[in-house]
Ligand binder design. Structure first.
Ligand code: SF4
Length: 270
């Protein structure tokens, strides 16, 4: 990991974890700079996989969390490297990657796709226009949505209702675990839940337009029950839509979880 990338995170670290909003502000000019009125995004690679029954993905560089179990830490924990692409070029790469394969979903993953919001909107609109049978899935930690830094309706209105799906990955059931898991300040868990509130306020439908995922196995069952109650207070249909995220203990994840004093009770071997 380049030392500059370490500094980006270290520069916003305070007692009790770093501020993920400040980290997003710091890395955005590096991973999503503007050139000639167009926002670019830094990509590590494009690939097809069987997930979602067949999908094309762009792995983006840069995230505002530092999750212990992040499978994509080589992309997510950096703000440099890869290729800087305009939305039109990235859309072409996704469309080319899809050729000759079953594809139901297009997505950005690897890092946090909401960093570089204007790029994401432009990209998603181009992809769904050119790939009529696909849905664009935004796999997000929800922090920027919850803080009101980006507006999900902007994306829905450009791409079209029913063509975009938000999957908000909630990293822990209680703030203390969230802080250990992500390295961020524990209060930021609330922003993840507020992201679900914003999606509900935007008139989006649970299950059809958005869904929470929840990392399981790190919190006691009582904490999970409290979280589900909070989620139900946003929309009573939401707890039924929660997708459990079982950790895969890749060597890096095993090491980092141990370093942070976290012992998953449920996990999957790689
Ligand atoms: S939010 Fe996702 S991409 Fe970012 S560090 Fe966590 S697992 Fe990795």
């Amino acid at each position: 990991m380049p030392s500059r990338d370490f500094m980006l995170c270290g520069g916003v670290r305070g007692t009790g974890g770093f501020d993920p909003l400040l980290l997003a502000e710091r890395i955005e000019p590096l991973v999503a700079p503007w050139r000639g009125g167009v926002q670019l995004r830094r990509y590590a690679r494009f690939r097809w996989s069987r997930h979602y029954g067949g999908n094309v993905a762009g792995d983006v560089i840069g995230c505002n969390l530092r999750c212990a179990f992040c499978w994509a830490w080589r992309f997510a924990f950096r703000a440099t490297g890869g290729e800087l692409l305009e939305p039109a070029s990235a859309a072409r790469r996704l469309i080319r990657t899809a050729r000759g394969k079953p594809v139901y979903v297009a997505r950005l993953t690897g890092g946090e796709p909401t960093i570089g919001w204007s790029h994401l909107i432009d990209l998603a609109a181009r992809v769904v226009r050119n790939m009529p049978s696909t849905v664009f899935v935004v796999e997000t930690n929800g922090i920027l949505i919850g803080a009101g830094r980006v507006d999900p309706l902007e994306l829905v209105s450009r791409a079209g209702r029913g063509r975009v799906f938000f999957r908000v990955s909630i990293k822990a059931a209680e703030p203390e675990t969230f802080g250990k898991v992500t390295g961020a300040a524990p209060w930021a868990l609330d922003l993840q839940l507020r992201a679900l509130e914003k999606l509900a306020e935007a008139g989006l439908e649970p299950g059809r337009d958005y869904r929470p995922a929840l990392v399981v196995g790190l919190d006691p069952p009582e904490a999970v029950a409290r979280l589900l109650e909070r989620i139900a207070s946003i929309d009573p249909r939401l707890p039924g839509e929660v997708e459990p995220e079982v950790l895969t203990l890749y060597p890096h994840a095993r090491l980092e979880l141990g370093r942070r004093g976290l012992k998953p009770r449920v996990y999957r071997e790689p």
